[in-house]
Design a protein around this ligand. Structure first.
Ligand code: CA
Length: 748
């Protein structure tokens, strides 16, 4: 099948459609947002839940194995092992696995969603928090819902305008939007039932990209924004009314004000000497929230400190609870049961928000109910989920910030050779992308192994120069506030010739022995999540654009298909009638998809980043043809007069303001424009784009509050100098290629 979106001409059409839709809907939004936004409990519901579809309840999720064709919750069921009992696709039949249908997601931004499949309908999200309900057998659209997130919200999202999925419960679909609203939709029609604001302070850059979870009439949701200076919390709302049931803060607020709940008193004693509440403190729960039906507990995966550098946040030391912790909370009352902090005094963006999974397993001769996590810090944790007792903590990737976890105290032993607070920059593994990020891992109880999308991508850490020189931290409202020297990152990387190259691989890891059974390295470090099945298959999509099935026991590659689009989303599998389907969204983006552009997403760089849902079944009958090449060369840049000092200043400003979306060192991938390749029109309109927001609807905000006209000139001069540098390399390479080799390269 030649895919309808995979030509440049049509991609332009897609962009125009998206632009037109956003503009048209913006008007609708102005007209209707006040009536949709419910702030008072007595406001009547706008619609009712469906009585016929989306009929998931707590009992049905608990009994998920009885209907193995459904994928009822984010990680299939409450345990979130992403292990499916389906075996029609197995080692013998997988050779016949072919594309059955595809669905255009109308985006070239990142796609990270886990769909939910129930009653023959697939509910999934795309970029900008848009929801689609499609026929799970045919891919035909049933309804869609666009929450009309304003374009300038792209600037507040650290890591792309992505969304990881919906929850479905008792006839309603729950979507949490990038701009912080929680919306209940009728599962049959997509009509809004209620819509509420979940953000406590809308002057701060809070965002939501995570999937809500539901249980016993409550919907649980956190938020993101740790890099921008926010205070983390999780809220539980009544599924029927949208009323707030409880809220659990993850870090203490202003100590001159009363504690919101007693756990904050405990937490406050571990923050010392600073004014963290002014910046926010961090601790956002932006990804994993797992429900345990056995004990009516929700486990919250808590994020990094804001800013990252602990001496800025808490100069008197302390563990800074509950940063980088797994916190177990009574799901009915919001009272804490226990916590375990993976990284006391987080200093490296080591979130513990990575997917958690529940299992019953024998540990040291005793059956235990465990919770498992591979957080960013590189250690794999197995805890007793009833008590929080630490059972195992072994490294699953290369780790150099700590030597090991002391099993007596449960604390990491930090490596003094990698202490960048001494004033010397250090390269550290894992880097801020973690040894594992939000991309889901899966567990196969038959092999006893966890299949982790692992990555090793070091970063050079150095304390922000303002802080180093003056002891004062330069807080930027609504901007990136890490405390780490991103403005000089290219220079710092150059100072460390021993810095290892980034790599990504799938690892089959034994959570009890800490032993790696097998690994398979990918061409890029930024790849998709994994899915395990009872047929001992492991599926994973990767940055190269390949969707691959491995033998769970030995890592043999059993099947693969080139989708010609980089993949970061996790696959799922489901059944309709008597057929098994395997589904995955393709389309790269997210943190590394933006910051490392071409390097992290080679397939999308070559062919374009055209987001689709691809669904496979045995003898599906469709194939994916190689599309036209999308990548284009760097055009000859204009000649710009600029001093070395101005280019240097532009480089620093670019690193602080632009690089998180347009690529560190200007390597912007296809999800956002590569500024080395600007068109004549973009060159002409550069100042209007940056300072007047003429492309705000498309996600390019107005930066006039952050940058002066002279700053923009410096940034432009830096981009121009980089474009010239890379243009010359490109032209020299072309001159060196022999004529016949050049012909075959063009024909490829
Ligand atoms: Ca972070």
């Amino acid at each position: 099948m030649a895919h309808p979106t995979l030509s440049r001409k049509q991609a332009t059409v897609v962009n125009v459609i998206a632009l037109g839709t956003i503009a048209a809907l913006a008007l609708v939004s102005v007209l209707s947002s006040t009536s949709l936004e419910r702030s008072e409990a007595e406001t009547p519901m706008l619609a009712a839940p469906s009585a016929t579809v989306g009929l998931i309840d707590t009992q049905r999720i608990v009994a998920a194995d009885e209907a193995p064709g459904d994928w009822l919750a984010y990680g299939r069921d409450y345990g979130e092992q992403r292990f499916s009992p389906l075996t029609q696709v197995n080692k013998q039949t997988i050779k016949d696995l072919e594309l059955a249908w595809s669905f255009d997601m109308y985006t070239n931004r990142g796609l990270e969603a886990s769909p939910i499949v129930v009653d023959g309908i697939m509910y999934m999200t795309g970029s900008w928090s848009v929801v689609f309900a499609v026929d799970a057998k045919t891919g035909e659209e049933i309804w869609s819902y666009d929450p009309e997130v304003p374009g300038d919200w792209a600037r507040k999202a650290c890591c792309d305008v992505v969304n990881r999925g919906v929850a479905v419960y008792e006839g309603a679909v729950y979507i949490a939007t990038l701009d912080g609203y929680l919306v209940s939709l009728n599962a049959e029609t997509g009509e809004v039932i209620w819509r509420i604001n979940t953000i406590i302070d809308r002057t701060r850059a809070y965002t939501i990209t995570g999937a809500p979870r539901v249980a016993n009439g409550r919907v649980f949701i956190g938020n993101g924004g740790g890099e921008f200076g926010v205070r983390g919390y999780v809220s539980a709302y009544d599924t029927k009314t949208g009323d707030l049931d409880w809220r659990f803060f993850t870090v203490p607020g202003d100590p001159s004000k009363p504690f919101e709940h007693p756990e904050m008193e405990t937490a406050a004693s571990t923050w010392k000497g600073g004014e963290w509440w002014k910046i926010g403190g961090g601790g956002t729960v932006w990804n994993s929230i797992v429900y345990d039906a056995d004990t009516d507990t929700v486990f919250l995966g808590v994020g990094n400190g804001s800013p990252w550098t602990r001496t800025i946040r808490s100069p008197g030391g302390g563990d800074n609870l509950f940063l980088s912790s797994i916190v177990a909370v009574n799901a009915s009352t919001g009272k804490m049961r226990w916590y375990y902090q993976t990284t006391p005094g987080d200093n490296w963006d080591y979130t513990a928000v990575q997917d958690m999974m529940l299992a019953d397993m024998e540990v040291d001769g005793k059956m235990r109910k465990v919770i498992m996590q591979a957080p960013k810090n590189g250690f794999f944790y197995v805890l007793d989920r009833q008590t929080g007792e630490l059972l195992r903590a072994n490294p699953y990737v290369t780790v150099n910030w700590a030597t090991h976890i002391d099993m007596e105290t449960g604390r990491p032993v930090e490596n003094p050779d990698k202490d960048f607070l001494t004033g010397e920059s250090k390269w550290i593994l894992p880097g801020p992308l973690g040894g594992h990020n939000w991309q889901s891992m899966s567990y196969n109880p038959n092999t006893g192994l966890v299949y982790i999308p692992a990555l090793e991508n070091p970063l050079v850490f150095d304390v922000e120069h303002d802080f180093k020189a003056t002891g004062r931290f330069k807080y930027i409202e609504g901007g990136w506030n890490t405390g780490v020297e991103f403005g000089r990152i290219m220079e710092l990387l150059g100072e460390h010739p021993d810095l290892p190259a980034g790599k990504g691989y799938i690892t089959a890891f034994d959570p009890l022995t800490g032993k790696t059974h097998w690994t398979r390295e990918h061409g890029t470090h930024w790849n998709g999540g994994t899915l395990s099945t009872a047929a001992d298959l492991v599926f994973q999509g990767n940055g190269d654009g390949y969707f691959v099935a491995y033998d769970a026991k030995n890592g043999d590659e059993l099947w693969k298909v080139n989708t010609y689009t980089s993949i970061i989303a996790p696959p799922i599998t489901y059944g309709v009638g008597d057929e098994q389907y395997v589904a995955i969204q393709v389309g790269s983006g997210g943190a590394a998809g933006l910051t490392e552009g071409d390097l992290a997403m080679p397939a999308s760089a070559k062919y374009g980043n055209f987001g689709r849902m691809l669904v496979f079944k045995l003898n599906g009958g469709l194939s994916i043809d190689e599309p036209e090449h999308w990548a284009r060369e760097i055009p000859e840049p204009p000649i710009v007069e600029a001093s070395a000092a101005q280019i240097q200043l532009g480089s620093e400003l670019y690193g602080e303001v632009c690089g998180f979306c347009h690529g560190i060192g200007v390597y912007g991938g296809p999800a956002v424009p590569d500024l080395r390749k600007m068109s004549e029109q973009t060159h002409r309109m550069f100042n209007e784009i940056v300072l007047e927001g003429v492309l705000e609807d498309r996600g390019m905000s107005n930066f006039s509050d952050r940058l002066s006209a002279s700053d923009v000139d410096s940034i432009y001069a830096y981009i121009n100098s980089r474009a010239w540098q890379d243009y010359k390399v490109q032209e020299d390479a072309k001159a060196e290629v022999k004529p016949e080799a050049q012909t075959s390269a063009l024909a490829n």
